[in-house]
Design a protein around this ligand. Structure first.
Ligand code: ZN
Ligand code: MN
Length: 490
């Protein structure tokens, strides 16, 4: 049975750009300072002051827009978006209305685990604007009053508006995850959702499949989601709620105006807030105190040339150069540029990309997580770990002992693999010695020998313990191979 409706999702993301100072004045953008200690006449909107654009903010916005494959406008201007709210003392926000600096881009999403189909999500526009202050209703614990902190006022924001191209909450989450990774690789924002550096609003409605064609339900904008997981849950809830309402009221829904609803993370529901404003409610007009900005084609090409290798291209290169799977390349690239650099040094040094990816994911990442370390603080260098991987490949040591004995010792002592092998008396057991041992153990265990001859090859596993007691240096895998090879002739 086909689904009774298609879910249509578009996202609007506000990203705080990582500048030291605000968009139109010199105040610091540092998070966490005491309330109202990072303000000046410009950002609190005293009469007669003049804003001056922060070049750095414009550059970070430009870098992001180019990475999102956007068209860059050669001429862009600022506009006033007029509304009243206590955290906006000027009574207007300086934003961009009809001539945003960038538009018409895209970002590809995919999922190596196969939960979503690969999809290209369009970007309608990305523009710059200033942030508002913060109303602290909740923070004033136990107090009946609300307070205003204007430290955030004037912090540069990049607003990114996607096309309504996503078809499920999982796709929305994948888009946000990929966007955040891209922003991190570009170094344009710290993307800290807890501190409000990345804020997401979602627009969602249904196209209900009827015999007369698809009928859209009214678009709902969801706000107040504090994690990507919350976005996913809120969208799933809202799609289901709209479907319930449709079933109860049917096509009369078409008369209901657009609505804004807030996500309640505790109660797991969205609640109606207000009717959504139309842009005409804001009485936009050009900002008279700022000069328009111009960007030349040469400047755009310069930015493009300096982007560095971005996540999608990096995944493709790791897969083709090192023969690793899309799943592996996704895990590595998601960890950031530094870990990828470690992987490349490891794979090149060991001459084995797959082994390097396995060691990195199983052993290195586990240690990093357990010790809460970043890769630049990891005690075993890529060159040293590559030596160990090479010794395993050569057959000087088996994989299990390499992990459980040598790697552990390298972690705590910082010694090289070769030194640890020497100190622990670990040495390669030659083939003739292994074969003699296999013959002896099979002869001493007639039941196991019989089982192997019957074709129950896993019976040979019972010999490993005894073999290890005789010589801890033997490779269990090699011993098993030899047992299976010689048993039929015994
Ligand atoms: Zn200021
Ligand atoms: Mn905005």
């Amino acid at each position: 049975m086909t689904a009774p409706y298609t879910t249509i999702i578009g996202l609007e993301i506000h990203v705080q750009l990582a500048t030291a100072s605000k968009l139109f004045c010199g105040c610091s953008t540092r998070f966490g300072a005491p309330p109202n200690t990072q303000t000046c006449q410009v950002c609190i909107g005293m009469p007669g002051v003049l804003p001056v654009m922060n070049r750095r903010a414009f550059e970070l916005g430009l870098r992001t827009a180019v990475a999102l494959n956007c068209q860059i406008a050669p001429f862009t201007k600022w506009d006033r978006k007029n509304y009243y709210y206590p955290d906006l003392p000027k009574g207007y926000q300086i934003s961009q209305y009809d001539l945003p600096f960038s538009s018409e881009g895209w970002l590809d999403i995919s999922d190596p685990k196969g939960k979503i189909e690969p999809r290209r999500v369009g970007i309608i526009r990305a523009h710059l604007e200033e942030d508002a202050g913060k109303s602290m209703h909740d923070e004033a614990a136990g107090q009946a009053d609300s307070r205003i902190d204007l430290n955030r006022t004037g912090t540069p924001l990049l607003e990114i508006v996607s096309k309504p191209d996503m078809r499920s909450p999982a796709e929305a989450k994948a888009f946000l995850t990929e966007l955040k990774l891209l922003l991190t690789y570009l170094g344009v924002s710290d993307c800290n959702m807890q501190e409000g550096s990345l804020r997401v609003d979602a627009n969602v409605n249904l196209h209900v499949h009827t015999p007369d064609g698809n009928v859209p339900t009214p678009i709902v904008e969801i706000k107040n989601m504090n994690s990507f997981r919350a976005v996913e849950r809120a969208l799933a809830y809202e799609a289901e709620r709209q479907w319930q309402v449709w079933q109860e009221t049917g096509q009369r829904l078409g008369q209901v105006p657009k609505q804004t609803r807030g996500w309640d993370d505790q109660a797991n529901v969205t609640r109606g807030q207000r009717h959504k404003e139309e842009s005409s409610d804001y009485r936009y007009f050009p900002e008279p105190d700022l000069v328009p900005a111009t960007v030349t084609a040469a400047e755009v090409e310069q930015v493009r040339a300096e982007l560095g290798e971005l996540p999608a291209a990096l995944r493709t290169r790791l897969e083709s150069t090192y023969g690793i799977t899309p799943y592996d390349s996704d895990v590595l690239v998601n960890q950031g540029r530094e870990l990828v650099a470690y992987f490349i040094a490891l794979a090149d040094g060991a001459g084995d990309g797959k082994a390097a990816a396995n060691w990195l994911q199983q052993d290195v990442l586990r240690e990093l997580n357990a010790r809460d370390l970043s890769i630049d603080k990891f005690p075993v260098s890529a060159a040293r770990l590559a030596e160990l991987i090479a010794l395993v490949k050569k057959g000087d040591i088996d994989h299990t002992r390499a992990r459980e004995v040598v790697f552990v010792e390298m972690l705590s002592s910082g010694k090289s693999a070769a030194d640890v092998l020497r100190e622990k008396g670990i040495e390669r057991v030659d083939e003739s010695e292994l074969e003699a041992l296999a013959r002896e153990l099979l002869a001493a265990n007639p039941k196991i020998l019989a089982d192997i001859k019957q074709g129950t090859t896993k019976a040979a596993g019972a010999l490993i313990g005894q073999a290890k007691k005789r010589n801890p240096n033997i490779s269990p895998n090699r011993l098993l191979e030899i047992c299976l090879a010689i048993a039929p002739g015994m």
